[in-house]
Design a protein around this ligand. Sequence first.
Ligand SMILES: [Fe+2]
Length: 222
Amino acid sequence: MSVTLAPLPYAEDALEPIISAETIRYHYGKHHQGYVNKLNALIEGSEFDEMTLPEIVAQSDGTIFNNAAQAWNHEFYWNCMTPDPIPPSSKMQALIERDFGSFDAFKETFLSKASTLFGSGWCWLELDTTEQMIITQRSNADTPIAHRHKALLCCDVWEHAYYIDYRNERARYLERWFETIDWRFVASNIIEYYHDLTEPCKENSELCDYIDKLQEENEVRT
Ligand SMILES: [Fe+2]
């Protein structure tokens, strides 16, 4: 079994003018494809050969981890963006307000952390083990899966994500990128977290109060 490159969820020019077709051609066609190819070469005939990509990420280290995590992170990143963005639903907004005070505070913190991450890496919105949403700076290939957190949203801040369109101006890329966020995808990850729980709901879990409404709103909006 080998890891496959998932198709892009939209045409390569669909995010223009924010992300150009040229960026997508290199980023998806060369970088993302490259991680998948390297990973397949590395795991051929190994214990990882029969695992799913998230299983490889969770159980590997070193070069295999780097390529597996980058393959997974990129697939997730493409899904975080949409050519038809709509604002977060009211329950999604409420969750953001619960953990960040306001949507504006969330945006400011996310963009600031993405902007100040030193070197290459990813800025994430993730659900930690206490079911709180947190914003993290993760270097190189690091990913919430490695920390047993649920990934909700990410922004790629490796230079290859923005250099063709924005040169060295990462902050300008981030401001425009924020407009492309697919909030339905963010909500769907919270819903998926809930469905993946081995027990229906943790005792006194606040998050559970949000799930039904979140799911209802997401269905209306897709
Ligand atoms: Fe990338």
